[in-house]
Ligand binder design. Structure first.
Ligand code: ADP
Ligand code: MG
Length: 683
């Protein structure tokens, strides 16, 4: 017959296309089917009824039950967006979760990421106006939207996901949303949480109902170490190989560590050992996942493990609840987490590694029991679990610098801070300290009212301190013409993954031989790359990560756009007439104005923090800083003052991102109300 003839005429290429189309259709079908297999699916109708009847609903369910990926789709299917008239916002505490879940859901809905389903994270907006209906975003981004629309009227539904994490932004969002409820009766708010503190959220929202999605979970065998571990990294590595060599191959391993550097070095070590053992063991595929991992590398953790291999996922607490990785059977838990810790009396924020809470370690163990019975190896003792660990993690609002938040609230006309509905009220000393530092930055006047400069600082998509640097660079007479330079440095400082492709020292040596600070090194790298016309080859030749630099360029462009919008450009454009020393002095002055609290002073042999409180803390230069190289290796004379970007507590207190202040009078001139005493002391 005719059709047979037609079929015979199909060319091989076309057949391939047809095959792949069929495959794609099957894949979409299987995605559709797998949606129905998730625990949340059985409760779809009951859930939607509860949403209809309640303005606020708390949803509780095991990780992996389908809250994040399914609930927004249900809301869309039930017409809550009225076509594309309204949007559904879903907040996530972490960037990685926002982008990866958006990718997954766009796939499930068979649409292009960035169209109907998109994400919005700082410096990276993948949404389309008038098209995007489901928008995954960081909690911080939704918070910023209050600045332009205090009723969030673009959204008909807002899902505050992972609320149990109690990030600062989530807590503030909950407080602000509470105020919107009466003004927008039709608005629906879903608060999802994986753990047991659901009751607190319910109480916060006038005892609104809690919807429980019963999950499936297999038993997990828990093993402890008999002695406290001196070094959890080597203990973790040993455990990985013990599991790999003694347990049946089916079943991947998830290791909880604390941060990027630790994860990357652990990955290297596992790969080295693996290479040495060669074909004596089955192949190990090591995939890292942490908050700052570039998008393109994130997807590796979700890829199916090939036969005859075992996957080892090295993760931070991001894999506790916000990402679900299928196929995990073994969990290795270091028992630690990296947290911000803020001391109001000194005004300093430190990044510290602390023991995690019981609730966290229980969550971690649970990751092993999703697909079948699992095992969890805790690298600490049972005694420690029972007697030393806190019940719950401490809400971020109680352990962080509140300056940014206070500035944001003030610009939203929330002036009565003490009566703002905080789930956990920050201490008065923390609030006072943040008002004080905002005053020093010039964001508040002496009566505590927000200034024009303060409002401007809120407009920037970066911390107020960096905004102040840029503002000063554009307007201050001591900083004439260094806005472009400061933009590059600020953008480079925003990059949290390494810009170096290999050994940093070698890379630096290839770029410059004599550089006085980390800030100027960043500037030099950016300028050389720009002069190469942003070339990939230059990056390859100089062992610099090309993709990272492209992100820096994007951040820089957005900051520059913001400067233009605020008319902070073209004031003094060119630095061509200035000599190098002038440029250094101007850049330094701009940074002093933004970070007057981040300054350490040389005392006897070492540096100590300064500030009002007597007896500062001793700090060490981080060995990765070029300033460390200059002083310790090249034996240059240490400068009396250094500005730093980061204070980290690991084995010792380290400062990173160091900029020596070559002349003391710069401090007095840029921040007289803080450093005035320096000139007086001399007299
Ligand atoms: P919950 O929010 O309740 O923890 P999710 O909605 O995140 O659950 O996940 C539901 C299921 O969707 C997971 O069990 C997993 O199988 C699948 N899934 C989620 N994200 C991804 C992804 N990025 N890639 C592949 N599968 C995913
Ligand atoms: Mg989730």
């Amino acid at each position: 017959s005719e059709t047979e003839e037609v079929e015979e005429e199909v060319f091989p290429e076309e057949q391939k296309l047809l095959d792949s189309l069929e495959k794609e259709e099957n894949r979409i079908l299987s995605v559709k089917e797998s949606r129905k297999l998730l625990p949340v699916y059985q409760y779809r109708d009951k859930l939607m009824k509860a949403v209809k009847e309640n303005q606020v609903l708390i949803v509780v369910g095991e990780t992996g039950s389908g809250k994040t990926t399914q609930l927004p789709q249900y809301l869309f299917e039930d017409g809550y967006t009225q076509g594309n008239k309204f949007q559904i916002a879903v907040t996530q505490p972490r960037r990685v979760a926002a982008t990866s879940v958006a990718t997954r859901v766009s796939d499930e809905m068979n649409v292009v990421l960035g169209k109907e389903v998109g994400y919005s994270i700082r410096f990276d907006d993948k949404t389309t106006p008038n098209k995007t209906i489901i928008k995954y975003m960081t909690d911080g981004m939704l918070l910023r939207e209050f600045l332009t629309d205090s009723k969030l009227s673009a959204y008909s539904c807002i899902m505050i996901d992972e609320a149990h994490e109690r990030t600062l932004a989530t807590d503030i969002l909950l407080g602000l949303l509470k105020g919107v409820l009466d003004q927008r009766k039709e608005l629906r708010i879903l608060i999802s949480s994986a753990t047991m503190n659901a009751k607190r959220f319910s109480e916060f929202f006038n005892n609104c109902p809690i919807f429980n999605i019963p999950g499936r979970r297999f038993p997990v065998d828990i093993h402890y170490t008999l002695q406290p571990e001196g070094n959890y990294i080597s203990a973790a590595i040993t455990t990985v190989f013990q599991i790999h060599t003694t347990q049946a191959l089916k079943g991947d391993i998830l290791v909880f560590l604390t941060g990027q550097e630790e994860i990357e070095t652990t990955k290297e070590k596992i790969e080295q050992i693996s290479a040495k053992l060669g074909s004596r063991i089955p192949q190990l595929i090591v995939t890292p996942i942490y908050a700052n991992l570039p998008n393109e590398q994130q997807l590796a953790i979700f890829q199916k493990t090939p036969d005859n291999c075992r996957k080892v996922v090295l993760a931070t607490n991001i894999a506790e609840t916000s990402l679900t990785i299928d196929g995990i059977k073994y969990v290795i838990d270091s028992g630690y987490v990296k947290e911000n810790s803020y001391v109001p009396s000194t005004g300093m924020t430190q990044l510290v590694t602390v023991a995690c809470s019981k609730a966290s370690t229980d969550q971690r163990a649970g990751r092993a029991g999703r697909v079948g019975p699992g095992k969890c190896f805790r690298l600490f003792t049972k005694w420690s679990y029972e007697n030393e660990l806190e019940q719950m993690p401490k809400a971020e609002i109680l352990r962080t610098n509140l300056s940014n938040t206070v500035l944001l609230l003030l610009s939203l006309d929330v002036t009565d801070l003490l009566n703002f509905p905080f789930m956990d009220k920050p201490s008065i000393s923390a609030l006072t300290k943040s008002l004080e530092s905002l005053y020093i930055l010039g964001a508040l006047d002496s009566k505590g009212k927000i200034t024009e400069l303060g409002k401007m600082m809120c407009e920037f998509p970066c911390e107020p301190e960096f905004a102040k640097v840029l503002h000063t660079a554009a307007t201050h007479k001591k900083c004439i013409g260094v806005l472009q330079e400061c933009l590059s440095i600020v953008a480079m400082l925003h990059e949290t993954t390494s810009i170096f492709a290999g050994n940093k020292k070698e890379a630096v040596a290839a770029i410059t031989s004599d550089i006085g600070s980390d800030h100027l090194l960043y500037l030099e790298i950016y300028n050389q790359w720009r002069d190469s016309n942003y070339s990939r080859t230059w990056c390859l030749d100089h062992k610099i990560q090309f993709k990272t630099m492209c992100r820096v360029r994007n951040v820089r462009d957005q900051l520059f756009k913001c400067c233009k919008k605020l008319k902070l450009t073209n004031i003094h454009e060119s630095t061509s007439t200035a000599n190098d020393n002038d440029v250094i002095s101007r850049i330094t002055c701009a940074f002093i104005s933004g970070f007057p609290m981040n300054i350490v002073q040389l005392e006897n042999a070492g540096y100590k923090t300064i500030g009002k409180s007597k007896g500062g803390i001793s700090v060490n230069l981080h060995p990765s800083s070029v300033v460390f190289q200059n002083y310790k290796v090249n034996a240059q004379k240490p400068d009396k003052f250094i500005l730093y970007q980061q204070l980290i507590l690991t084995s010792k207190e380290f400062i990173r991102g160091c900029l020596p202040i070559l002349q003391e009078n710069w401090l007095v001139e840029m921040v007289p109300h803080m450093f005035g005493h320096l000139s007086r002391d001399k007299l």
